[in-house]
Write a protein that binds this ligand. Structure first.
Ligand code: NAP
Ligand code: F7E
Length: 351
């Protein structure tokens, strides 16, 4: 929180609370960002799309501290009305169709959410609150079939999925609104980041949850696709701090955020099964149905700029993160206390 002093001295000192709007607050990153911004003293407003089923489990522990408002990246007017009503100082656009395989099954919808949704939100900012600072959740998937190793802010893009293509659009439209209208709009090119709140379909959580099920006798095998794919995997709570730091700079700029270390899915399995004293080769089954039409083989970040300009550094190693995820999944499946924001209603019923 910033204390602003007015003319008249400290007696007239005024505490000005900043308002942050988060789209995608029900997702992994939205939940951690909301926690972080509350700790900084922000008023946090989360945009939630209408659903007939429960999507609030990651933020259930925050519901009395944040404000939720219904809106959808597909609906221009809802975005304009939300920006008008809350007059946010900072806007974090985290909402997206974020699962890469789904982007081949629903490429048009992915483009509507993940690409054009960014323009709709930027239009709302331009028309209603052009002095708001805007963060766009860009992705290392934009580097795709990488043309250099490691990847930094100057590395050319070569996306390999409709998701990656949509994120390239979101990245460039953010820069275009900055250059066309002078908006404080930044693009954070974040490499994969994970946590116990990660969706079960993403490979780290699929593996840690699968390991826990096998250890507890609830499953006998774990079916996976491409074990050779390599990713730069970091810990999600570290990454939401980088988002915030980007909006605290004097000038808007784009940053790559990652650990600089890469591991294969095979190594992920070795480490995760090792956490419970099992040999991954006894349980992992390679299923050709889980291979992607085009995959990203190798990602590794050169986050020098984030380190030097933002002072950002990862605090949790890959091995520590996988261990804490396996531990959290074991607790979840045993019905013990779990970290906040982890218990999906469907899992609570043991399905
Ligand atoms: P996530 O867990 O999949 O969350 C996505 C969020 O977007 C959910 O809150 C979802 O709401 C919301 N959403 C989807 N479509 C929407 C729509 N049409 N209107 C409004 N909200 C909508 O994703 P995440 O891992 O937190 O990632 C956050 C952002 O960072 C995403 O844009 C993702 O593409 C990007 N990113 C992620 C990573 C990573 O490794 N996690 C890396 C780079 C970039 P529901 O709850 O209703 O589904
Ligand atoms: O896959 C391989 C798969 O789905 C990682 C999103 O947050 O990060 C995420 O995208 C790798 C791929 O993440 C399985 O082929 C093998 O090479 O966990 P993932 P992702 O596709 O990298 C980026 C930065 C984002 O922006 C996205 O929103 O793992 N893999 N076997 C598998 N992947 C899955 N999901 N399931 C498998 O069984």
């Amino acid at each position: 929180m910033r204390i602003e002093r007015e003319a008249g001295g400290p007696r007239r000192a005024m505490l000005k609370q900043k308002t942050a709007l988060i789209t995608g607050i029900t997702g992994q990153d939205g939940s951690y960002l909301a926690e972080f911004l509350l700790e900084q003293g922000y008023r946090v407003v989360g945009m939630q799309r209408r659903s007939s089923t429960e999507t609030l489990w990651r933020i259930a522990h925050l519901l009395d501290k944040i404000e939720l408002v219904q809106g959808d990246l597909l609906d221009q007017l809802s975005l304009i009305e939300i920006v008008q009503a809350y007059q946010p100082d900072e806007i974090y656009n985290l909402a997206a169709q974020s699962f890469v395989p789904t982007s081949w099954q629903q490429p048009v919808l992915t483009g509507e959410f993940t690409a054009l949704g960014v323009t709709r939100l930027l239009e709302a900012v331009r028309l209603v609150k052009p002095d708001a600072k805007f963060y766009q959740a860009s992705s290392s998937e934009m580097f795709g079939k990488v043309v250099e190793v490691p990847q930094n802010e100057r590395t050319p893009f070569y996306p390999r999925s409709p998701y990656g293509v949509s994120k390239v659009y979101g990245h460039y439209i953010t820069i275009n609104y900055r250059e066309s209208y002078g908006l404080f709009a930044v693009s954070g090119i974040l490499f994969n980041h994970e946590s116990p709140r990660r969706g079960l379909e993403f490979v780290t959580r699929k593996v840690t949850h699968g390991v826990a099920k096998i250890k507890l006798g609830l499953a006998r095998e774990l079916r996976l696709g491409n074990l050779d794919a390599r990713r730069d995997w970091g810990y999600a709570p570290d990454y939401v701090q980088a988002m915030w730091l980007m909006l605290q700079q004097d000038q808007p700029d784009d940053f790559v955020v990652g650990t600089g270390k890469t591991h294969s899915v095979r190594q992920l399995c070795e480490i995760a099964f090792g956490c419970v004293g099992l040999n991954w080769e006894d349980y992992v089954v390679v299923d050709p149905a889980l291979f992607r039409p085009a995959d990203v083989d190798l990602l590794v970040a050169d986050a020098t700029k984030a380190r030097t300009v933002l002072g950002w550094r990862p605090t949790v190693s890959f091995e520590e993160m996988i261990e804490l995820m396996v531990d959290a999944d074991l607790r979840l499946l045993k019905g013990e206390d779990v970290p906040p924001g982890m218990v999906a209603p469907v899992l609570r019923r043991g399905i």
